[in-house]
Design a protein around this ligand. Sequence first.
Ligand code: THU
Length: 126
Amino acid sequence: MKKLIEAAQQAQKNAHAPHSNYKVGAAVLTKENTIITGCNVESSSYGLTCCAERTALYSAIAQGHNKFKELAVVTANGASPCGACRQVIWDLCGDIPIYIVDNSGKIKNTTSKELLPLAFDSNMLE
Ligand code: THU
């Protein structure tokens, strides 16, 4: 958990957030125990921005990982993942522990299920 959070803190430094100046870092632990990181990447066309959590997960998928064990996210004020990220986390990770961390290092422990109760998912498509 400590290593995962440190990786997210490092990734936060890479955030490309010239519009909001709100830097977010994320790190996901794969089933192979690899840590993949992401940061938010903002666009001048604001809606094209990609959050740190999705950047991390999409990078992990692109690198061939498809099972995830834990996720850490770091922001200045310890904010929770947005709704879009909650859906993507649920879709790609299922119910995993999530560590939400602020810039002082304070950790909030939660899970994907707690963040997205009564989730919509692929089971509903059957
Ligand atoms: N952001 C994230 O990276 N993750 C979230 O879950 C919430 C929001 C980013 C998007 C944008 O670059 C900035 O934070 C302000 O919304």
